[in-house]
Design a protein. Structure first.
Ligand SMILES: [Fe+2]
Ligand SMILES: [Fe+2]
Length: 279
């Protein structure tokens, strides 16, 4: 996780995950585990390992460009590569930071990290097809900031990272994919398909562990979610939502109804504000 070079990091994560899979296939001696769950590690000062570029800027200062131009698509692909690079760090952070969880927790998040490394490598290659590299455009640090904010509690981490950030990716993916297709960039659209397929799995893993931890702490998952979203200042969820993907990622109907109701309330609030401004 401290590795700064994105490609070296991605390759190392894939290799580490491969080792774990090999060991699991060979079988471990009875009672032995590949994970030392009780081992609490201290945070090194240089987390997360990341390259000197991209330059990190305020989200507001990032430009949006039309996807009908190659330049616009490059900026989009770069933004997606940045998300995937951060996602490697976020998944690895879940693996090392939280002690005393079941072995399956660590195996799940290492698998997620490996898939994020794969997503990053696909986008990195696609950027190269356009003559660009990761680091060529500025980016924001919002994902890592949420990772840091939730570093003290694994339940908050599960609530905000997979169930908010990664779930937002499920919503964002279909319209972006459609615009890439419309612009004739089928190769990039195909990458979005792979990412969406895998991200449903990441959110499902997040939902599984969120519920598991709620149960272990005797918490109702719905009430716990609302409390954590308020306590940790979760980013507001705005529609349109990809309900189908969210459902297959394990959100239940009550959660989807809450999401839709919050979005409707936010929409009517901003309509009322606009109306007041016009008067
Ligand atoms: Fe990803
Ligand atoms: Fe992910």
């Amino acid at each position: 996780m401290r590795e700064r070079d994105p490609l070296t990091k991605a390759d190392a994560v894939l290799a580490l995950h491969g080792k774990v899979l090999d060991a699991a296939a060979q079988g471990t001696p009875q009672g032995a585990t590949q994970w030392q769950a009780s081992c609490a590690l201290l945070a090194p000062a240089d987390l997360p390992g990341r390259p000197a570029r991209p330059e990190l800027v305020e989200p507001r200062s990032l430009q949006r460009r039309s996807m009908s131009t190659p330049q616009g698509r490059v900026v989009l692909l770069h933004a997606l590569a940045h998300i995937e690079f951060n996602a490697i760090n976020l998944a690895l952070d879940a693996v090392w930071r939280f002690a005393n969880l079941p072995d399956a927790f660590y195996a799940d998040w290492l698998k997620v990290a490996a898939e994020e490394a794969y997503h990053f490598s696909l986008l990195r290659q696609r950027l190269a097809d356009y003559g660009h590299a990761y680091g060529d455009f500025p980016a924001h640090n919002g994902l890592w900031e949420i990772c840091e904010r939730t570093s003290g509690d694994v339940l908050a981490r599960m609530a905000l990272v997979p169930r908010v950030l990664e779930a937002r990716g499920l919503d964002a993916s279909p319209p972006i994919r459609a615009r890439l297709k419309q612009a004739g960039d089928d190769e990039s659209a195909a990458i979005l398909d792979i990412i969406l397929r895998d991200e449903v799995g990441h959110v499902r893993i997040g939902n599984y562990w969120f519920r598991h931890l709620c149960e272990a702490r005797g918490l109702d998952p719905h009430a716990a979610w609302l409390a954590l979203a308020a306590q940790y200042d979760a980013p507001r969820m705005r529609g349109p939502f990809n309900f189908e993907a969210r459902r297959s990622a394990g959100f239940d109907q009550a959660e989807l109804d809450t999401l839709a109701a919050q979005d409707a309330a936010a929409a009517s609030e901003s309509a009322a504000r606009r109306g007041a401004e016009e008067k």
